[in-house]
Design a protein around this ligand. Structure first.
Ligand SMILES: C[S@@+](CC[C@H](N)C(=O)[O-])C[C@H]1O[C@@H](n2cnc3c(N)ncnc32)[C@H](O)[C@@H]1O
Length: 268
C-alpha cells in the first residue's frame, strides 16, 4: 500500500473515532454513514419522533459532517389516542413517574411544538413531519417519493405486530442490497426483540449491536466499506461507553490532533 493511501486510511479511521466521541450511538452511526456516503445528501426516516430531540441531534451531526440532510419524521402526534386505544401495552410506557421525559401531558410532542423545534436546525425543505400511523404513512411516503433512505430509525410503537409491519415496509423500501442502515431502538421490549431475533437468523442481514438496547442492521450486500464502517463504529461506541479510561485517552488524542491541525493550518 502506498504511503499516501496509508495516510488517507489513517485519517479516515481517526475521523471515524472523532465522530463517535461524546455522541449518542445513533448519532455516531449517522455520522459514520455520512462519512462513507458518496452522496451530498443523507436521507433519514425516523419512525416515532416524540419530542423531536433525536431529529435535532441527527441534523446537527449530519450537517457537521459536511453533508446535507433530508429528514422524514413519522409520528402519531395528536392522533395518538385513537391508535393507543388498541395498543394499551405500549401506551403504558408513557406518563409514569419512573421516566419523566416520556410524557404526553406537557404538549411537547404535538405537531406544532415538534415542528418549531426541528425548524431551529432544519429548513422546511430539509424536514418533513408526517402525522399518522407509520404502518400506513411509510408505504404512502415511499410510493409518493420513490424514497431511497440512507438511515431509518425504527422507534415507534414497540408492539410486535407494528414493529413487524414497520420492518417489512422498511425492507421493501430499501430492497436487500442497498446501502441502507436501519437502527432498532428498544430491543429490551419484547415486541422489538421478537422481530430483531428473526432478522438475526436471516442470512441477508448483519446485526451490529450499539448497546444492549439498540442495534444497527445492514444488508450483507451493502458495500464492504459501509459494513466495515458500521462495524467499527458500533465497536467504538461500545468500547468507549464501557471503558472510561479508554474514552479519556481517545478524547485527549483527538484534541491534540485538532490542536496540531489548527497550528499546521495557521502556519501553512
Ligand atoms: C419512544 S418514542 C420515540 C422517541 C424518539 N425516536 C426519540 O428518540 O426521541 C415513540 C413515539 O412513537 C410514536 N408512535 C407510536 N406508535 C406509532 C405509530 N404506529 N406510528 C407513528 N408513530 C407512532 C409515539 O407517539 C411516540 O411519540
Amino acid at each position: 500500500m502506498s504511503f499516501c493511501r496509508r495516510i488517507r486510511r489513517l485519517v479516515f479511521w481517526m475521523k471515524l473515532l472523532a465522530v463517535t466521541q461524546g455522541r449518542a450511538p445513533l448519532q455516531s452511526i449517522a455520522a459514520a454513514r455520512s462519512l462513507v456516503s458518496g452522496s451530498p445528501v443523507i436521507t433519514v426516516i425516523e419512525i416515532g419522533v416524540f419530542k423531536g430531540d433525536t431529529a435535532v441531534g441527527l441534523a446537527r451531526v449530519i450537517k457537521a459532517s459536511g453533508a446535507a440532510i433530508r429528514y422524514y419524521g413519522l409520528d402519531l402526534f395528536e392522533d395518538k389516542d385513537a391508535f393507543f386505544a388498541a395498543h394499551t401495552e405500549d401506551r403504558a410506557q408513557y406518563d409514569t413517574a419512573d421516566y419523566p421525559y416520556w410524557e404526553f401531558t406537557s404538549g411537547e410532542h404535538t405537531y406544532a411544538r415538534v415542528r418549531e423545534k426541528v425548524h431551529t436546525v432544519m429548513s422546511a425543505q430539509e424536514c418533513t413531519l408526517i402525522r399518522g400511523d407509520s404502518t400506513k404513512t411509510l408505504p404512502d411516503l415511499a410510493a409518493r417519493l420513490g424514497l431511497r433512505p440512507d438511515l431509518v430509525y425504527i422507534d415507534g410503537c414497540h408492539d410486535r405486530d407494528v414493529v413487524e409491519m414497520d420492518w417489512g415496509n422498511v425492507g421493501n423500501l430499501a430492497r436487500v442490497g442497498t446501502d441502507l442502515v436501519v437502527v432498532f431502538d428498544d430491543y429490551l421490549s419484547d415486541g422489538v426483540a421478537a422481530v430483531v431475533d428473526v432478522i438475526s437468523s436471516d442470512s441477508r442481514w448483519r446485526l451490529y449491536w450499539l448497546n444492549a438496547n439498540q442495534v444497527a442492521v445492514v444488508s450483507v450486500r451493502a458495500p464492504l466499506v459501509s459494513r466495515v464502517t458500521i462495524w467499527s463504529t458500533a465497536f467504538a461506541v461500545r468500547s468507549l461507553s464501557s471503558r472510561p479510561a479508554l474514552r479519556a485517552t481517545v478524547q485527549s488524542t483527538i484534541s491534540i490532533l485538532r490542536t496540531l491541525r489548527r497550528v499546521f493550518r495557521r502556519s501553512s
